[in-house]
Ligand binder design. Sequence first.
Ligand SMILES: [Zn+2]
Length: 410
Amino acid sequence: MAMNFMKDLPTNLINGLKYCTRCCVPETQEGVQFDEMGICTACRSSEEKMHINWVVREKQLRSILEEAKFKSGSGYDCILPISGGKDSFFQAHVLVKVYGLKPLAVTFNQNWVSETGFYNLQRCLQVFDLDHIQFTPARGLVNRLAKKSLSAIGDACWHCHSGVGAFPLQIATRFKIPLLIWGESIAESSGRASYVRPERKFDRDYFTKVSAKLTADEMIGDGLSAKDMKPFELPSHEEIEATGVWGLHLGDYLFWDEERQTEWIREVYGWKETEMEGAYKGYKSAECIMSGVHDFTGYLKRGMGRSTMQASVDVRNGLLTRKEGFDLIHQYERERPEVLDYYLKITGLSEKEFYDIMRKKKLKHLKDIDLPIHAKERPNAERLVPFVEQIIQKHLNLPDPRITRDMESK
Ligand SMILES: [Zn+2]
């Protein structure tokens, strides 16, 4: 017995960091708390999840949605913020096919959409027959924000964190649609919330607090004007109140199992995965080419990236042992992502400048710890340039289709 236990002890931890005694989450994860047994908040939540009466929760959801339908009259019943990711399909399925709602689909396009992501979003709109509004920030603005974001918040993605929060709210207040419906519960992996008391009240500043960190105003400067920041402005408290905006996560009302859901939407609706840099699963943020840099900066800052989150969920769900989790993290998380080349190109930063900025962002727990980085072994399966840029490049260099046809027929 003792021998077996020893064999299972993880060896790939970062020395000097405290980890959850049950999963793979280190003390550097934002907002994490360990109880007296050394168990993290998300592990505790996953225990709660098993004891929740999901039949009662589903009834609550049903009555919320019925009321929304009743109140909306001939308008849209709710806003469905979608990216085309796996949650988008599952949310749309639940709302449209199960409960018969008429949602307005709303997308903040980070302008880094991969070819697979482009397909997924279009397929989602098609298969659920959704009306859709999309906002796409200008290429130049995205590039400038990607540069500023790194030194401001320590990852490349401020514009996405911020736009994903702000744009659905702008549409909610403009179209007077009070209810926003997201997918996975915040309790699932972040440790910021609990299943016992799902967050129902809507908090205007939620996305700023949890992911964007800085408001649109705070990003002004370094070539970014107040005008540039317009897409990221949140509606005022008064506007939010006037519409009565609030939101919910379906994962607080329906038992959430992302592995099974993903399998199912792949089979039933033709959703596609792709290779995700820094991760051993192909389904999180599959729409975005930049997720490799996002997760790599997490590793350089906190010693943890996407694989730590995925492995921890899998350990909680009994799909991996803790040691297997740490082995996967070791294999994937420390790779230099290929999309770093594109990031350096659009920001004009050198690789040395990138690492210098990230060194300043490193948490104090890790200051004296050398974080190993290794090269990626194979080229990425999918081209890591925004799909729209690929289309422009392709057509820019092609003659008028009539010329091509006439040449071929000669
Ligand atoms: Zn844990």
